[in-house]
Design a binder for this molecule. Structure first.
Ligand code: DOR
Ligand code: ZN
Length: 333
């Protein structure tokens, strides 16, 4: 059995810099038509010069493939209207990180409420720039995302014309909030559709399954599956594929991030097939995002075949999700 996907999109991707970029970028550009590139580089992307240079580096690393890097800016609360006007055609969105919440986010925002963010969010709303949010508080790790839900709601209410994407949602609380507000959307990762906290820490500790937000409870995963498998128009695929060298994962102080880019479409096909929902995969991996972001990606047809495939043990020095496991779909291009 074969199936075709047209112009798959990854609406949340970490490509890193330098050698890591050269290893991982082609693994996304081979199968995706485009991706939203996260700005938590070192230093974070916050000037036009940095952004254009980073885009150039990505285009060089993906040369020969049909692939659009949709660029994002790292949210700062002091961006001027002039600056945002001058950069708006180069970006698809701006990503807000609570300070220190995850990899390279120390320069993020420390006070997240409507009044502190109003000046910048009003400009973004006027200019039609989408806001991406890593929605976690600094509370107890399992409760961080649910504690952030009232902030999502307050922002959605205060800025009704601003499109807000709740990035990598992991809880039923977020899934419920998403449906309450017209201007809230969400990305869902592959790994949060597959794993719960039990897979991370229920047996021997699995560093390659450690990520932020941490995987939650079975009922949370069920809520995500309900949205993704039915391709609810408010959700889109965003892998949050976040490569770290093996030495940074298999270490005390394990870095947060799961590397899924090269096997994401295969494992999505496997999941949708298992639930008899393959007809909804196209919307989840491309059409919904096209509507939410008003983009038309370059045409790229990816053929998947239902056939056994063993996930490699590593790509360069990065260990992928489900390394060495046999899965049921392979890319046939
Ligand atoms: O697990 C994660 N890794 N979550 C994030 O939000 C960031 C990412 C990274 O950049 O490593
Ligand atoms: Zn991310």
């Amino acid at each position: 059995m074969k199936l075709q996907l047209t112009s798959p999109l990854d609406m949340h991707l970490h490509l890193r810099q330098d050698n890591m970029l050269k290893v991982v970028a082609p693994l996304s550009s081979k199968t995706f038509s485009g991706a939203i590139i996260m700005p938590n580089t070192l230093p974070p992307i916050s000037t036009k010069e940095q952004l254009l240079r980073y885009k150039e580096d990505i285009l060089n690393a993906t040369k020969g493939d049909t692939f659009t890097p949709y660029m994002t800016l790292f949210f700062k609360n002091d961006y001027s209207r002039e600056f945002l006007e001058s950069i708006k055609d180069e970006i698809l969105s701006i990503k807000l990180y609570p300070a220190g919440i995850t990899t390279n986010s120390e320069g993020g925002v420390s006070t997240i409420d409507v009044e502190s963010l109003r000046p910048t969010l009003e400009i973004m709303s006027d200019l039609g720039i989408v806001l991406n949010i890593h929605g976690e508080t600094d509370g107890f790790v399992m409760d961080r995302e649910a504690e952030f839900v009232p902030i999502y709601k307050a922002l959605a209410k205060a800025f009704p014309k601003l499109k807000i994407v709740m990035e990598h949602i992991t809880t039923k609380a977020s899934a419920d909030a998403l449906l309450e507000f017209e201007n809230l959307y969400a990305t869902i990762t592959l790994h949060h559709l597959y794993i719960t906290l039990d897979d991370v820490a229920g047996g021997m500790l699995q560093p390659h399954l450690f990520c932020k937000p941490i995987a939650k409870r079975p009922e949370d995963r069920e809520a995500l599956l309900e949205l993704a498998l039915n391709a609810n128009p408010k959700v889109m695929f965003g892998s949050d594929s976040a490569p770290h060298p093996k030495s940074a994962k298999e270490a005390p102080g394990c870095a947060a991030g799961i590397f899924t880019a090269p096997i994401a479409l295969q494992l999505l096909a496997q999941l949708f097939d298992k639930h008899n929902k393959l007809e909804n995969l196209q919307a989840f991996v491309s059409n919904n995002a096209q509507k939410i972001y008003a983009i038309t990606p370059a045409k790229k047809i990816i053929t998947l075949e239902k056939k056994s495939f063993k996930i490699p043990s590593s790509y360069g020095n990065v260990v992928p999700f489900m390394a060495n496991e046999e899965i049921g779909f392979v890319i046939d291009n």
